[in-house]
Design a protein around this ligand. Structure first.
Ligand SMILES: Cc1cc2nc3c(=O)[nH]c(=O)nc-3n(C[C@H](O)[C@H](O)[C@H](O)COP(=O)(O)OP(=O)(O)OC[C@H]3O[C@@H](n4cnc5c(N)ncnc54)[C@H](O)[C@@H]3O)c2cc1C
Length: 338
């Protein structure tokens, strides 16, 4: 397994690498040797760093000639001397009934340090070719963001399934406002899935056979996925009711003294009290837990902020073609302004 180490600390966000007061705000070349290069810096938020064999390191942004020492890309084993992986704390989900979802899904990120790390030439992909840094960063982000459109469409299916299940257990699944909410969730999930499929179908195949998804569909889909995630969470919580966060623990529900109260009062329209409590715990884990909070940030920033996604969408869209279309229909001379 490999981890992608792309995001630099960036220091002052509006300054380019060579203009930063801290020269280590972006990972950079320190020394060229006959057998390889030495690099210094760090990469933030490296997903799965601790469970990977290799780190693939690439520039995060376009560079100018002055930034050439920051245009470095390479792949090295995680245990290369000078590499330090500082992992975030785990959410420590521990119980399959309390955490039916988060127990199976945690990819810890690392703060990844490169303390004068030697990289042999055979593992260096880029060293000083600043003209290609932007293309490398954009190609990576397109491929990475399109991945969200499949995974998040699957995750949204969990919101939809949970909403329908708890509505049936509560006896409200046929109420018009519930049907309307679940329909809205289906609409959003379908849009995310269709953007992912379209981005793949409209891909560009580059030498030697790498398919890069359509950037406009990818970035449009990723921003819709973020909105869908928040809207579907809210609709699910509206449908599920307050017990998602007020229900007592599994230990209380199973205690010989208290179990009869749970069986009497947690049963609703259909299924058993246990069915309903398990469903409520699933919804808490999915939409109202520490794990859910992690996802609320991940779906915004994972693979780039929404502003970065919109910028790429705007840049890649065929704006001039559409302006020319309107000029033609409106009777203006071809392409004289803009
Ligand atoms: C759960 C998770 C997993 C991740 N996994 C990985 C991974 O595996 N590998 C990896 O390399 N990265 C990973 N990332 C990093 C992710 O790509 C970044 O979080 C994202 O690019 C935003 O960068 P940042 O966090 O430094 O925020 P910032 O760049 O500080 O952004 C904060 C705000 O400032 C704005 N901003 C930033 N720069 C400018 C500017 N120049 N002008 C105007 N506004 C600006 C942004 O648009 C945003 O609104 C992960 C992030 C998360 C949350």
């Amino acid at each position: 397994m490999t981890a992608a180490a792309v995001t630099d600390p960036k220091g002052h966000r509006r300054l380019r690498p060579a203009d930063q007061p801290n020269p280590d705000a972006y990972l950079h070349l320190v020394e060229r040797r006959a057998d390889g290069i030495v690099v210094r810096g760090s990469k933030m938020h490296t997903s799965g760093g601790v469970s990977s064999e290799e780190l693939v390191v690439i520039p995060q942004r376009a560079m100018r000639e002055a930034d050439r020492d920051y245009a470095v890309a390479f792949a090295i084993p995680v245990d290369t001397p000078g590499v330090k992986l500082i992992a975030r704390e785990s959410e420590q989900a521990h119980d399959p009934e309390t955490n039916p979802l988060s127990l199976r899904d945690e990819l810890v990120e690392t703060f990844t340090i490169f303390d004068d790390v030697f990289v042999p030439w055979e593992r260096v992909f880029m060293c000083g070719e600043w003209q290609y840094a932007g293309d490398v960063a954009n190609t990576f982000s397109n491929v990475n963001r399109q991945g969200y459109l499949g995974t998040d469409a699957g995750k949204l299916n969990l919101y939809i399934g949970a909403a329908q299940l708890i509505a049936e257990l509560n006896g409200v699944s046929e109420s018009p406002h519930i049907v309307d909410k679940i329909t809205e969730m289906i609409r959003l999930q379908s849009l995310v899935w269709s953007a992912g499929i379209t981005a793949a179908v409209q891909c560009t195949v580059r030498q030697p056979g790498l398919a890069v998804p359509d950037p406009v569909m990818t970035n449009a889909g990723k921003t819709v996925a973020m909105e869908a995630h928040y809207t579907c969470a809210r609709l699910l919580l509206e449908i599920a009711g307050g017990a998602v966060i007020t229900m007592p623990s599994v230990e209380d529900a199973k205690s010989p003294e208290l179990a009869k109260y749970f069986e009497t009062y947690y049963k609703a329209a259909s299924g058993t009290a246990d069915d309903r409590m398990r469903t409520l715990r699933f919804i808490r884990d999915l939409a109202a837990s520490d794990y859910a909070g992690w996802w609320y940030v991940e779906i915004i920033h994972g693979s780039g902020s929404p502003a970065a996604e919109k910028l790429q969408m705007y840049r890649e869209y065929e704006l001039r073609k559409n302006v020319e279309l309107v000029r033609q229909i409106a009777g203006l001379a071809a392409g004289s302004a803009g």
